[in-house]
Write a protein that binds this ligand. Structure first.
Ligand SMILES: [Mg+2]
Length: 368
């Protein structure tokens, strides 16, 4: 089976996130940009992948067409055993463009599509190709955007629970919203606090002490810069709370450095950023080896979200999948991977990623 063509699709789906102030932030995101990759073969099989693309959809789109497609077009489609070597060659060929960011987002997209194809070629769902499924449904956490106002945070937390969610993550950097959330959800609902890298080590440690009574499961990316693993390890030790990081780390090599430094209790590979399923699997193996929990980053709704569901279904831990808390105008998956009233998302069971993207939705919301 040969790779006949590689095509990028840029889809933009508007959303409503209520009072969340994300729209006014520097990145001004008011719609979900999804850059999908479609890999077609000479046998008629098609694989789908996903490149991280918030605020950078045109760049991810161009990277797929300019950097990835020429690497893969005309090549033999690798089977599951062959994908790691195939992708390593592409990583080697593209290393001079940087090992992080856009290059790796585009590499991730191809990798996901190749795994999708490998599973489809065998007629099995991706989770079955990768191992034994331990969970047919994954509990979701509501990943709230940055709100700021404690009353609004409390209200969104209550609404999220009423919709079925059984865990909450905030994107806040002051303690009043954290305590407001804890009060709103009670003592038994896991609460996480994502900070997006604002503080130095001393401030982050002080923030951890300030939040301790609200018992967050972890602080996510408390410090700047994200790759300062030594300082992150100090915050973890002196702050006395769990620390999560990894959505801005690429490849298993950087995760190894992070874990060697003792920087995290929870590793957060993002399948659309880390180098795809291949690198994610290496990170998961490393985490298991070191006793680090996995809390993947997945605030997106394209094929990368489906891939994350399959990957999480292989584990019998209690890990939650991240679901961006917002009303989307449309779904690529016909509602099949929406959060149900018990707060779970069903792992698709069709071949490959398990569901075909809705071509009508793609056409309606197509940018390029
Ligand atoms: Mg985050």
């Amino acid at each position: 089976m040969l790779i006949r063509d590689i095509r990028a699709h840029h889809i933009r789906i508007p959303y409503d996130a209520g009072v969340a102030s994300f729209k006014q932030g520097a990145s001004a995101i008011s719609a979900l940009d999804i850059v999908m990759i479609e890999v077609t073969t000479d046998t008629g099989l098609t694989g789908w992948g996903d490149a991280f693309s918030y605020v950078c959809p045109r760049t991810s789109f161009a990277a797929i067409n300019e950097m990835i497609a020429p690497q893969a077009k005309g090549q033999q489609v690798p089977d599951a055993e062959g994908i790691p070597a195939f992708m390593e060659q592409i990583q080697r060929n593209l290393h001079l463009f940087g090992r992080y960011g856009i290059t790796m987002f585009a590499i991730s997209a191809l990798d996901i599509a190749l795994w999708d194809l490998a599973a489809r070629a065998k007629g099995v769902p991706l989770h079955k190709l990768l191992g034994a499924q331990k969970r047919p449904k994954i509990p979701a956490y509501a990943s709230l955007m940055r709100i700021g106002n404690p009353d609004f945070v409390a209200k969104d937390c209550e609404t999220a629970l009423s919709l079925g969610y059984r865990a909450i993550k905030l994107h806040e950097t002051t303690s009043p919203p954290v305590f407001a959330a804890r009060k709103a959800i009670g003592d038994n609902i896991p609460l996480m606090v994502d900070m997006n890298c604002p503080m130095d080590g001393a401030a982050a440690t002080a923030f951890a002490h300030e939040c301790r009574e609200a018992t967050p499961l972890f602080l996510e990316e408390p410090i700047w810069p994200p790759e300062d693993f030594a300082t992150l390890a100090e915050v973890r030790k002196a702050g006395g709370l769990g620390v999560a990081a990894g959505e801005n780390a690429c490849t298993a090599y950087q995760f190894r450095q992070m874990m060697d430094a003792g920087a995290v209790s929870h590793a957060q590979p993002s399948v659309t950023k880390v180098g795809g399923i291949t690198e994610y699997l290496k990170v998961a193996a490393l985490a298991d080896e070191r006793g680090v929990r996995l809390a993947p980053h997945s605030p997106y709704f394209g094929p990368g979200f489906l891939a994350t569901l399959h990957l999480m279904s292989l584990r019998d831990d209690s890990g939650f999948i991240e679901v961006f808390y917002m009303k989307r105008e449309a779904s690529l998956w016909g509602g099949h991977v929406d959060v149900d009233s018990s707060g779970n998302v069903a792992v698709p069971d069709g071949p490959g990623l398990g569901i075909e993207p809705d071509r009508d939705v793609m056409e309606r919301y197509r940018v390029a």
